[in-house]
Unconditional design. Structure first.
Length: 325
């Protein structure tokens, strides 16, 4: 065998050896289990969206996509786990406005860098928050609530699903915008907030419409307004807070993230599939019934949005003097 022929054979052999690796990468997830970490409790909006993605990604890409709930520190605990995981594409996370925009401006020490440690895949959805009060609270409109709070500074309390969450900061933005004072009571989940609002342990809260609306429709909780720039199609008779507080907006958004060093082609594939899922009519119909707005943005669009939201909520945290150890 000539030297030239031997080199050709060796080169061909190297190509064959490299082929499985290339195919495995192309065929991601290649039959392996992909874990989507949801940094909030089961049953909430983030959990719902994570499970929809897991089901549809498995159907579209093959393999198994499972959800794992890791609760704590306003989403920081679960997100930090993913930031430190192997960047192989098999550990992903559902991030939110809390974990990837608000927390960096309110926590004195963060366990991760929300920009450098993650690769944004796609913004999945936007979820309106609603201002709700206990039925016994003597305020049936937003102006009445503002007057009541101003007359009784520090007397009434509001609950949230955790310090630094969108429901917490929606109330802080309300306080700053109206010159009112309330006591913050943080919980570990929206379900706990709802129960204490029903019982009167707390007097008001901002919460995702997906959690709140069934209780409002049942007449167990009084909704005063949506935390949105405009009224919602699902609740046309409910005023938007912007009608009383110009420019007020405090929606909760949810997005899909990978660790920063995950191969770009894997992030691109996940982004393409996620965008397609959020355009599926069955998914749109399911989410619209809950008041959730599907988004499905590109990685680049999501990156730009995160930067703008980080700046906005940092300014709110500074004005409200919100700092968490």
């Amino acid at each position: 065998m000539s030297h030239l022929t031997r080199r050709a054979v060796l080169a061909g052999g190297a190509s064959l050896l490299a082929a499985p690796a290339v195919l495995a990468q192309t065929a991601y997830p290649a039959g392996k289990v992909v874990t989507i970490v949801v940094p909030f409790a089961a049953g909430g909006t983030t959990d719902l969206l994570g499970r929809i993605l897991a089901e549809r990604l498995a159907a579209r890409m093959g393999g198994r996509f499972i959800v794992e709930n890791r609760v704590g520190a306003g989403g920081n605990t679960g997100a930090a786990t993913v930031a430190r995981s192997d960047p192989d594409g098999y550990t992903l996370t559902m991030g939110t406005v809390s974990s990837h925009a608000i927390n960096p401006g309110v926590y004195i020490k963060m366990p991760y860098d929300h920009i450098k440690d993650f690769a944004p895949i796609s913004q999945v959805a936007s979820v309106p928050n609603i201002l709700m009060v206990n039925l016994d609270l003597p305020a049936k409109t937003v102006p009445e609530l503002i007057a009541l709070l101003k007359a009784n500074p520090g007397k009434y309390s509001f609950g949230s699903s955790g310090a630094g969450t969108s429901t917490h900061m929606a109330a802080e933005l309300f306080k700053v915008s109206t010159g009112t004072d309330m006591v913050h009571v943080p919980y570990r989940s929206s379900g706990q907030v709802t129960q204490d609002l029903l019982s009167g342990q707390i007097q008001l809260t901002f919460d995702n419409i997906t959690i709140a609306w069934p209780h409002v429709e049942a007449g167990k909780i009084r909704a005063l307004a949506t935390a949105t720039p405009e009224r919602l199609p699902i609740a046309k008779d409910l005023p938007a807070l912007s009608e009383y507080i110009p420019g007020y907006a405090a929606a909760s958004w949810h997005g899909f993230f990978a660790p920063a060093k995950v191969p770009k082609e894997v992030v691109a594939r996940l982004s393409t599939e996620t965008q397609a899922i959020m355009r599926e009519q069955a998914v749109i119909d399911q989410l619209k019934k809950l008041g959730v707005d599907p988004v499905g943005s590109t990685s680049e669009e999501f990156t730009t949005y995160i930067a703008a939201e980080t700046k906005r909520w940092a300014e709110v945290a500074q004005k409200a003097n919100v700092k968490i150890e």
